[in-house]
Design a protein around this ligand. Structure first.
Ligand code: FHN
Length: 577
């Protein structure tokens, strides 16, 4: 098969999922009883015999598959991914190959996956399974790179193939043959899985359900699976992924049910994150952790219903769209597109006073209106073209108040085929950011320290500056919650641009309090690098050198909390004429 045909087939295979954009993640298991999250067995080194006692107590009589599916639908989610087996090894389905499962080992005695399969089918929602294929703290032979049950079992005596062929593959066969069509299999924490076993499991799924999608966490080898699962709560940068991708996200800071964690994201923040993700062309997989009784906590359900009111009103601008055509992150919201349409998702707190201006749309706009306006009242549009900068500007007169809750969507109808300027051009309002994925990244040289070596890389952007003036340059980094700033940037950063050079050690100057893309376990940090004056509008080049720029073509995917610091962008903030 030639590569163009293979890529087209792959697009067709993932289309239902990329069109769906928004899914429900469900972490549900025995760990709901102690209510301290799904890692409790490992955290407290609970012996298998003790942990099994939770099974004898697990009786979620309030579980109602139809109610869960209805909630997902009400929220505007189009698929559900549920933990069929998490790291504790307990199967939440009727497994014939291991009696440590919800039907054989609990007083409940029902198979919730069967009930969900039926409810999903009826509601037109795709059912998908999470399966922890490497970590299994119940099985004596499972082996992970780091997180094993070493309190019950001796690592040296483990025979991984017993686990692999005796539990993993048979259980996957069950999930793929007894529950109807499975939308996707969500694998996790593949640390230590060999290339051979990675390929084996992918082939196993393909043999049983060729259309079932597989996420990238099936393996740490780059490019495996059908789409990329970013790190937990990690929203990719604009342009970062060339394959379809998703952000798995928590509503609070935990996956499994917990009574301790009460740090909830607000509905507004969830909507900002949702449009940020879809505006970059990704999917959002938003998690709930049901209780031991089988209910989705009201605090979660309330938020999802509120999100759902918005997604239903704005469905046209979400499902089946592609992300923004502009190669930079937008500070005021997000853009999605369809053939003949552009949707501007504007955060209400950034609502402009009279008009919205956008650079880079070359089509003639035939009509513009607010999506939430039932009368679709036409908004006045002016379009200009500036030859010297090859600059297309759209000026859209907007009402004084936003039209929707939290995020208001403006619709632009275009004449002809979508035609956007692909160059990195400063947008007229909000900040201007040079995101790392849109730079040309090359290796410069290697630095050898006492016992480490690191590669200094250079990122080079070419961009059109529309408003000349003095700009403050800020480095945007995400710092992991348990990291201290000292030493995160081991050498000074070098900046080079027309007429100016800077060398400085980035310091932790401020927290960016307005970053929809950053969340726990990271904090967005701004470091002031210095000021630069560009006297005229025009095309400029800027180069940044740092060892924190990542290899643009890595062989392995990251594990979920790999980096203590992530260098994301250079922000240009205009501070003077
Ligand atoms: O260890 C798991 C964790 O419990 C949870 O399931 C998340 C969801 O993405 N995945 C792993 C950590 O990344």
């Amino acid at each position: 098969m030639n590569s163009i045909k293979a890529a087209a087939d792959q697009d067709l295979k993932t289309k239902w999922w990329t069109d769906a954009r928004f899914g429900m993640f469900i972490h549900w298991g025995l760990y709901a009883i102690p209510a301290k999250g799904e890692w409790i067995m490992y955290a407290e080194r609970t012996p298998v015999q003790e942990y099994e006692k939770w099974a004898a107590q697990f009786n979620p009589t309030k579980f109602n598959a139809n109610a869960w599916v209805k909630l997902a639908k009400d929220a505007g989610m189009r698929y559900i991914v549920i933990t069929a087996k998490h790291h504790d090894g307990f199967a939440m389905f009727h497994s014939r190959s291991d009696t440590y499962n919800i039907v054989d080992a609990t007083p409940f005695g029902r198979d919730p996956m069967l009930e969900l399969a039926e409810a999903c089918k009826e509601a037109g929602i795709a059912l998908c399974f999470y399966y922890s294929h490497v970590i299994d703290w119940h099985h004596p032979d499972s082996m992970h790179k780091e997180h094993n049950n070493t309190w019950d079992y001796n690592q040296e005596e483990k025979q991984f193939s017993k686990y692999w062929h005796g539990k993993v593959k048979p259980q996957l066969t069950e999930l793929l043959t007894e529950y109807g069509r499975v939308g996707l299999l969500w694998f996790d924490t593949a640390g230590g899985l060999s290339e051979e076993n990675s390929r084996d499991i992918v082939q196993h799924v393909r043999n049983l359900q060729p259309d079932c999608l597989i996420n990238s966490r099936v393996s740490h080898i780059m490019g495996m699976g059908d789409y990329v699962s970013k790190g937990d709560n990690e929203i990719g940068m604009s342009g970062e992924d060339t394959r379809p991708w998703e952000t798995p996200m928590t509503l609070n800071q935990s996956w499994g049910y917990t009574t301790k964690d009460q740090v909830w994201k607000s509905t507004e923040s969830l909507l900002h994150k949702l449009v940020n993700v879809i505006g970059k062309g990704g999917n959002l997989l938003l998690n709930v952790g049901p209780s031991p009784e089988g209910t989705i906590p009201e605090l979660s359900a309330d938020r999802l219903r509120e999100v759902g009111e918005w997604t239903h009103r704005n469905a046209e601008a979400i499902y089946g769209t592609t992300g923004s055509p502009f190669p930079c992150e937008l500070t005021w919201g997000a853009v999605t597109t369809k053939p003949g349409r552009v949707y501007l998702h504007i955060h209400n707190d950034k609502w402009p006073e009279h008009e919205v201006r956008v650079h880079g749309i070359r089509n003639r706009i035939t009509r513009a209106y607010m999506l939430a306006d039932p009368n679709q009242r036409e908004l006045k549009v002016v379009q200009t073209y500036e030859v010297s900068l090859d600059l297309y500007t759209l000026i859209l007169e907007v009402p004084s108040q936003p039209s929707d809750t939290h995020v208001s969507v403006l619709v632009l109808e275009l004449a002809g085929e979508n035609d956007f300027d692909p160059t990195l051009t400063q947008q007229p309002y909000g900040g201007f950011q040079l995101d790392v994925p849109w730079a040309k990244v090359t290796d410069v040289h290697t630095v050898e320290d006492l016992d480490t070596s690191r590669i200094i890389r250079s990122a080079e952007w070419t961009f059109t500056l529309v408003r000349p003036g003095t700009y403050e340059l800020m480095l945007v980094s995400y710092k992991r919650y348990d990291a201290t700033w000292e030493g995160l940037y081991p050498e000074e950063i070098e900046i080079d641009t027309t007429g100016a050079q800077m060398v400085c050690a980035p310091s932790e100057d401020a927290v960016d309090t307005d970053s929809p893309a950053c969340q726990h376990p990271y904090t967005p940090i701004l470091s002031k690098l210095g000021e630069i004056t560009w006297e005229e509008a025009g095309t400029y080049r800027l180069t940044l050198r740092s060892s924190k720029l990542k290899d643009p073509a890595p062989r392995f995917t990251e594990i979920w909390h790999a980096d203590a610091v992530k260098l994301r962008a250079i922000r240009l903030v205009r501070v003077g004429e």
